[in-house]
Write a protein that binds this ligand. Structure first.
Ligand code: PMP
Length: 363
């Protein structure tokens, strides 16, 4: 095997996958578990794939404590399709859908929601360039809402909910694309959770949907078959050909997570990783975090330097040093270190050392 230089990839997504998972996929790539050909070449109706999707679902249920009241679906179209599928399936006549606008992805979801019925914005962080998500304790969600929508981690702005709003009987819906499986949550608090896989779950191409089964019955007959959750629920995510390889990779990641000690252990690691990065930022006059400290994300750490020139210089030098993907989103500027589950602890200590050195040289 060729000698690889140690590179840490801080891309916001598709993002770093666990090394062990990549190696296992490589080992099984050409001959999947002794069948003489790869999983990529296998029918989705084959025993080999059925056992992969069953095990993937079972492991996700175990990790997240998902009860039988919920369906676990593997869909396509990315998280972005969920912005539309959600109102198409859950919006009720004359009952507004309530949205918290905490960033670009939440406002894109809101835009789609408006296409299908009345919406209400309970909180908007837009004026403050989405540096905060306010206090969900203060949100009084109307009892007749179709659902209440949140984006649990705002990938671009580096903010994350610490607690979720109380919604009573109103189903709480969350886009967890960038923090799913990163910490313990109570799935029973939610009506629907969705996540594009390409950050914490696996490669792009598959979108995980966790749906309270009774909600699948709300859908109108006029919604196209492929866009009904019920279609996928009734067919074990195999109404049509699912993204088999992406689901397999999600399965490997779930197995890896179990080996790490499950949600408790990974949450602890994620807290340690993000805390040490924020500490490095806060202990210096040179670096400045962009998110309100109370709402800081444990997945996407965003910070700025004294000038844009220095930011460009730092990104270039970091790339040279094997720390890639640190450029922040253009709406925030500066740098963003995405440190999802698969980023090891050393993947945080390396940039911290680099930050100290860079500051010493450029202050
Ligand atoms: N929601 C969030 C929180 C995201 O970070 C992203 C993508 N970065 C999306 C939705 C859109 O995902 P997709 O590209 O899978 O449609």
């Amino acid at each position: 095997m060729r000698q690889e230089k140690q590179v840490y990839n801080f891309s916001a997504g598709p993002a770093t996958l666990p090394r062990e998972v990549m190696l296992q996929a490589q080992e099984e790539f050409v001959d999947f578990r002794g069948q003489g050909f790869g999983l990529l070449e296998s029918s989705h109706r084959s025993k080999a794939f059925q056992s992969v999707i069953d095990k993937t679902e079972a492991d996700l249920r175990e990790l997240m404590g998902i009860s039988d009241d919920y369906a676990v679906l593997f869909l396509q179209g990315g998280a972005s399709l969920q912005f539309a599928m959600l109102p198409m399936n859950l919006m009720l006549e004359g009952k507004p859908a309530v949205y918290a606008d905490t960033g670009v992805w939440a406002s894109k979801a809101l835009k789609e929601g408006k296409l299908f019925g009345d919406t209400e914005v309970i909180y908007s962080g837009k004026e403050g360039n989405y540096s905060s998500i306010g206090d969900p304790h203060d949100w009084k969600v109307r009892a007749d809402a179709s659902y209440m929508y949140i984006c649990s981690n705002n990938t671009i702005f580096g903010t994350q909910y610490r607690w979720y709003p109380e919604t009573g009987e109103v189903p709480l819906v969350a886009d967890m694309s960038s923090d799913i499986l990163s910490r313990e949550i109570d799935v029973n608090q939610f009506g629907l959770i969705f996540a594009g896989a390409q950050k914490n779950l696996g490669p792009s191409g598959v979108t995980l949907v966790i749906l309270r089964k009774d909600l699948a019955e709300r859908v109108k007959a006029t919604v196209p078959t492929m866009l009904k959750y019920k279609t996928h629920m009734d067919n074990g995510s195999m109404f049509n050909t699912p993204p088999t390889f992406a689901i397999y990779m999600v399965g490997l990641v779930a197995e890896w997570l179990k080996k790490q000690g499950g949600m408790k252990a990974i949450q602890k690691l994620n807290e340690a990783k993000s805390s040490s990065l924020y500490e490095a930022i806060d202990s210096s006059e040179f670096y400045r975090g962009t998110a309100e400290p109370a709402d800081r994300s444990r997945m996407n750490v965003c910070f700025r330097l004294p000038s844009e020139e220095l930011e460009a210089k730092m990104i270039a030098e970091a790339t040279q040093a094997g720390l890639v993907g640190l450029k922040g989103h253009r709406l925030v500027g500066g740098l963003r270190a995405s440190i999802y589950n698969a980023m090891p602890l050393e993947g945080v200590s390396r940039p911290i050392d680099f930050m100290h050195e860079f500051e010493d040289k450029n202050r």
